[in-house]
Design a protein around this ligand. Structure first.
Ligand SMILES: [Zn+2]
Length: 125
């Protein structure tokens, strides 16, 4: 397995998030569960502004995601690049598909460092 380079995993609860994620700012996170001490990634996400509140919006949202890992990013662009990189590294083993490809923040023209997703015609949603 490639490395997420994140802290955790921690229980995905508002209390734990407030205890651990104390800085307000952009960041990356992975959601999943632990079995036999192995963290299984089920979802990969990022926050462009506030990793703490974004994580809280995922509490009790998915049954197979009760743990999280996270990392702070120096800015939204760094969070976007890391999001793309982890997505491509982990997608196959996590049940994620092309349609789950990270979006870029509205109004930006950033492109994926790994694939040409943003220069291809976008699939109908
Ligand atoms: Zn890509």
């Amino acid at each position: 397995m490639p490395s997420l380079e994140m802290l955790g995993s921690f229980t995905l609860s508002p209390l734990k998030i407030d205890e651990i994620v104390t800085r307000k700012g952009p960041g990356n996170f992975a959601l999943g569960y632990v079995e036999n001490k192995v963290f299984y990634v089920r979802y990969i996400g990022r926050a462009d502004e506030d990793i703490n509140s974004t994580l809280k919006s995922w509490v009790n949202y998915r049954e197979d995601c009760n743990r999280f890992k996270f990392s702070y990013a120096p800015n939204a662009r760094a969070a976007f690049l890391k999001h793309c990189e982890i997505f491509h590294a982990f997608a196959k083993g996590s049940g994620l598909s092309e349609k789950d490809h990270p979006d870029r923040p509205e109004g930006s023209d950033w492109t994926c460092p790994v694939c040409d997703y943003f220069s291809r015609p976008q699939p109908e949603s």
